[in-house]
Design a protein around this ligand. Structure first.
Ligand code: SF4
Length: 241
């Protein structure tokens, strides 16, 4: 019988891009305390109590993972902010290991709960941590005070843990400049980060009225000099356009 009271707000049953070199299923967990200006998952914001439907959803997910036990290699907890459900992640991993002891477990996090991250890390094999901006600009993206302090504290915890991880930044041209991204790369490289990714910003305004022009979005990916400067700072660089 399932032990976890996890609340899952979405599922991608099969992906090759959410855990390095592995085929994974991604569970999008409900609840996030931040309100990023580019968030594409606002339906996952709300923290709420587990319902009968949530229990049924979890049973469905376990059944699906059982059926795919020979097809996928990993399960990734994403969000929302997955670490908000740290205890439920741990019991969910225990549930899954009963039928798939070989699965790897990944975590996508914004780093907003350093203590919860510490708690869940021993159970996780790989982490993707968002560093959204230089610390002084964090609030402009997350709209939450002191959010940068929490994210950088989580980075320290992650580095000390010795786990495999990457740091990634969404290149939001409405807030970040190329100098900002170079500053992030310098900061995280000095802290000991080996793998850094710059991700393309995806406009969220479906009516297209307030979105930045395409050239502003692509500027981070078409400037070879900028890319070379970044690569000189963090050799394991990925430009995800
Ligand atoms: S941290 Fe992620 S889920 Fe939370 S508001 Fe920001 S983009 Fe959305």
């Amino acid at each position: 019988m399932a032990k976890s009271n996890i609340i899952i707000g979405g599922l991608v049953p099969f992906t090759t891009i959410d855990y390095p070199t592995k085929i994974s299923a991604v569970l999008f967990l409900q609840g996030c305390p931040w309100r990023c200006i580019y968030c594409s998952n606002p339906h996952l914001f709300a923290f709420r109590k587990q319902t009968e439907q949530d229990k049924a959803n979890y049973e469905y997910v376990l059944e699906l993972l059982k059926k795919r036990v020979k097809i996928i290699d990993a399960v990734v907890f994403s969000g929302g902010e997955a670490t908000a459900q740290a205890d439920e992640i741990i019991s969910c991993i225990e549930d899954i290991k009963e039928f798939a002891p070989h699965y790897k477990f990944g975590l996508h996090t914004n780093g907003c709960f350093p203590e919860k991250l510490s708690k869940v890390l021993p159970y996780i094999d790989w982490v993707g941590l968002d560093i959204k901006a230089p610390c002084k600009k964090y609030e402009q993206i997350t709209t939450i005070k002191r959010s940068g302090e929490f994210a950088f504290e989580s980075l320290e915890i992650l580095i000390k843990s010795g786990k495999n991880f990457e740091v990634r930044t969404t290149a939001d041209p409405t807030v970040l400049t190329k100098d900002d991204i170079l500053e992030i790369a310098e900061t995280v490289a000095k802290a000991g980060v080996k793998h850094y990714a710059v991700q393309r910003y995806r406009p969220v305004d479906r009516d297209n009225l307030n979105n930045p022009p395409a050239q502003m979005i692509t500027q981070f990916f078409t400037d070879k000099e900028f890319e070379e400067k970044l690569r000189a700072i963090v050799p394991e660089l990925e430009m995800r356009f």
